[in-house]
Ligand binder design. Structure first.
Ligand SMILES: Cc1cc2nc3c(=O)[nH]c(=O)nc-3n(C[C@H](O)[C@H](O)[C@H](O)COP(=O)(O)OP(=O)(O)OC[C@H]3O[C@@H](n4cnc5c(N)ncnc54)[C@H](O)[C@@H]3O)c2cc1C
Length: 414
């Protein structure tokens, strides 16, 4: 490349969206990944664009729930015992961030980003000629116990303050939306303004193709080769070294591999999760993602079949897969929906990159001039990729950002 203004490290949905937004601003951009575009975490998610998110996930409360998790009887969470000493400080911070007043504060701080989530995807999808992947059919959360449904009142109140529409439903109301669901739940909530994607991998690839149309270059390279070369940053790729004065780190759950070596220690931890695709029995169908809230999994209609995704597993990022949660939830999923045979041979494993306060880091890397961060999108990287791309590109170009980026600064951890 003759001249590179910016290098983006990591071609998941977050890095690709950042690269595309920078290219839209006429910058010359190199997007670098060691694998194919969108093939890692951004491939395997539940496909939900959760613009309606109110509260972030919270540390479990109640002795019964904690005991179920501790004795590995829960399908919503699992852990590797050997990992607990390493993850303990993160869990303590996560627990502190899960106090009710903190959750309300987080909900307010993340709202401006989420409020733009669906609209920013719609814009990029239209530009990329991929609007057919978007379903604006909302998402449905079903509750097997009246108690867990009644516990939602705080969320409903805050949703009203945010002007987020929702419809509490009984089983008949939910069946009117999704006729293939069985009567194993008593209540449901329909969030009409959420959207979903029928093939997350294709969407990231479509954004990368649009990036290429605008002159962006995608290369294979190892981000860990990043180093200072006089006043610029330099990274090695299959096509030789590339240097630029601005570099964006968008390495998802691998960000720490690079940042630790640059001396920037941030509390980024991976919450692992699994998926598998299934055919359907008879003429059963789904029109939108469905969360079986009391069990802790999601079923989403995808081009490959019905994708069933699990809750979180606390284990080392690179440890061998242990899809017990998936196996525990599967009979419950069969109860709810007539899943047929598996459509793939094995269960996919991915890792949500999470900070303990459930907010991403978007902005400058403290103490490392020219380095920018777009990491830690946790349960919402697909949702927030395009909004993050726009925000960071505006910051890097010195334009007025569409929302206040202060809540996403890395300095909150230093
Ligand atoms: C089971 C599950 C369900 C989910 N459901 C949803 C959902 O419904 N909605 C939603 O919004 N989010 C969901 N998420 C979260 C979402 O998938 C992630 O937040 C998002 O994919 C993170 O995107 P990313 O671009 O930051 O990371 P990634 O997609 O992981 O991209 C990081 C990239 O960095 C590259 N990389 C790593 N190391 C190097 C290196 N040394 N050199 C070069 N390249 C490197 C990788 O190859 C990868 O392409 C889910 C996640 C899981 C696991």
């Amino acid at each position: 490349m003759a001249r590179t203004d910016a290098i983006v490290l990591g071609a998941g949905i977050v890095g690709t969206s950042v690269a595309l937004h920078l290219a839209k601003r006429d910058l010359s951009v190199a997007l670098i990944d060691r694998a194919g575009v969108g093939e890692q975490t951004s491939y395997g998610n539940a496909g939900i664009i959760e613009g309606n998110t109110v509260f972030p996930p919270a540390f479990p409360v109640g002795l019964a729930t904690l005991m179920r998790i501790a004795f590995k009887r829960a399908s919503e969470a699992n852990y590797h015992l050997s990992f607990l000493p390493r993850v303990a400080p993160w869990l303590i911070a996560f627990r502190a961030a899960s106090r009710p007043e903190q959750l309300i504060e987080t909900a307010r701080l993340i709202r401006p980003l989420f409020a733009r989530a669906v609209a920013e995807h719609e814009k990029l999808l239209a530009e990329a000629g991929a609007s057919r992947s978007l379903r604006k059919t909302g998402w449905l959360k079903v509750y097997r116990s009246g108690r867990s449904f009644r516990a939602l009142q705080g969320e409903f109140d805050l949703a009203a303050q945010f002007s987020l529409p929702l419809q509490p439903l009984d089983w008949c109301g939910a069946r009117a939306l999704e006729p293939s669901l069985s009567p194993v739940f008593t209540h449901a909530v329909f969030w009409p303004e959420a959207a979903s994607i029928s093939n997350p991998l294709d969407v990231t690839r479509a954004y990368a193709a649009r990036f290429a149309q605008l002159g962006g270059v995608t290369l294979i390279g190892d981000a860990r080769s990043l180093h200072r070369s006089s006043l610029r940053w330099r990274v090695e790729t299959n096509e030789g070294g590339i240097d630029a004065s601005e570099v964006v780190v968008a390495l998802g759950p691998w960000a720490g591999d690079l940042l630790d070596s640059l001396g920037l220690k941030l509390p980024l931890m991976g919450k692992r999760g699994y998926h598998r695709h299934f055919r359907t029995q008879r003429n059963a169908a789904l029109s939108r993602p469905v969360l079986d809230a009391d069990v802790g999994y999601v079923i989403t209609p995808m081009e490959q079949g019905i994708r069933m995704t699990t809750g979180v597993e606390f284990a080392a990022r690179d440890a061998a897969p242990t899809p017990r949660q998936f196996d525990r939830a599967l009979p419950k999923a069969h109860e709810l929906f007539p899943l047929g045979d598996p459509a793939d041979d094995k269960t996919w494993l991915g890792c949500r990159p999470c900070f303990p306060d459930s907010r991403p880091v978007i902005g400058r890397a403290p103490g490392l001039p020219g380095l920018w961060l777009a990491i830690g999108h946790a349960h919402w990287g697909l949702t927030l990729g395009p909004a993050t791309g726009r925000l960071l590109a505006e910051m890097m170009a010195g334009a007025t950002p569409f929302c206040d980026p202060a809540p996403y600064r890395a300095e909150r951890f230093l």
